[in-house]
Design a protein around this ligand. Structure first.
Ligand code: SAM
Length: 286
């Protein structure tokens, strides 16, 4: 008897992974949390049935959401991660000795606890002494912050359920306020291939460009996410993500990655025409 995990990418498209074993299933006050084991993708985490990460391709997402801003900002000391309960962004951030403080705001403690137990290759750095974890809603936490962070990484779920508030105009305005005058915010920016994802992406982009003078979108290939083509938002009060990227300095750090490199960094910001058009439609509407 075969057991398959399936996720509807649209009403007419399903993504399925054959599962060897279900390792965990539980329900927190916020969402259902499941961990599966599979031949092809290794272990993977789903929240409310939606794919969050797999051992096989999580490195793409976590490297691209972390090293892109870290290769641009000249001196990141204070970082805020909103969401990120699986620990993947944290694992990439701790590779930088220059970072002095990491605040991680995760609404659901159970996600951290489960990932520590079942995804040790991802949730491996929660003991870093620079880290403070806040178990609360990122939308509420950010309201208390002004001029505090050099980098904010919004590693949230999708724009529904507990993550909905992290895609609002209020939230992006609060992030802009929480950053120092040369701060950078990056966010997981959904996708552009399927219609509903494209609409969510345009909605987020419209709200972001109203809060940041510089706002660009970049791409990566993440097979387990809808369509495999995933987008990230790069927003800044001062730095341009390609012109101000310091390849020589980043490469001198000797940070080992499986996906990110400074040539790919430049290329990731050159998008297909159909995505450029979706973004221009929003930018011109402002
Ligand atoms: N990389 C994954 C993706 O792109 O879908 C998401 C990573 S992580 C698992 C997302 C985290 O965001 C979850 O642990 C979830 O509990 C957390 N989260 C959702 N809404 C939140 C909120 N309002 N405040 C803080 N954390 C939130």
């Amino acid at each position: 008897m075969e057991f398959w995990y399936s996720e509807n990418h649209t009403d007419n498209v399903k993504f399925s992974i054959r599962v060897d074993k279900q390792l965990f299933s539980g329900k927190s006050e916020f969402q259902r949390i499941d961990i599966f084991e599979s031949e092809e993708y290794g272990r993977f985490l789903t929240l409310d049935g939606y794919m969050m990460l797999t051992e096989k391709d999580e490195f793409v997402y976590h490297e691209m959401i972390t090293h892109v801003p870290m290769a641009v900002h000249p001196c990141v000391k204070d970082v805020l991660v909103i969401g990120g309960g699986d620990g993947g962004v944290l694992r990439e951030l701790v590779k930088y000795d220059t970072i002095e403080r990491i605040d991680l705001v995760e609404i659901d403690k159970m996600v951290i606890d489960v990932c520590k137990e079942y995804l040790p290759s991802v949730a491996c750095c929660f003991d870093d002494e620079r880290l403070t974890v806040y178990y609360e809603d990122g939308l509420k936490y950010i309201r208390r912050c002004a001029n505090m962070y050099d980098l904010i990484i919004v590693d949230s779920t999708d724009p529904f359920g507990p993550g909905e508030g992290l895609f609002t105009r209020e939230f992006y305005g609060s992030c802009s306020n929480a950053l120092r005058e040369d701060g950078i915010m990056v966010n997981q920016h959904e996708s552009a291939f399927y219609k509903n994802d494209a609409i969510a992406m345009q909605r987020a982009h419209k709200r972001i460009i109203e809060s940041f003078p510089i706002s660009r979108v970049y791409q990566a290939h993440i097979p387990s996410y809808p369509s495999g083509l995933w987008l990230f938002g790069f927003s800044s009060l001062k730095y341009h993500p390609v012109r101000d990227m310091n390849a020589k300095k980043w490469n001198s750090l000797g940070i080992k990655t499986k996906y990110y490199n400074t040539n790919l960094h430049r290329g990731a910001f050159y998008l297909p025409n159909y995505i450029e058009e979706l973004l221009e439609n929003v930018e011109q509407a402002i």
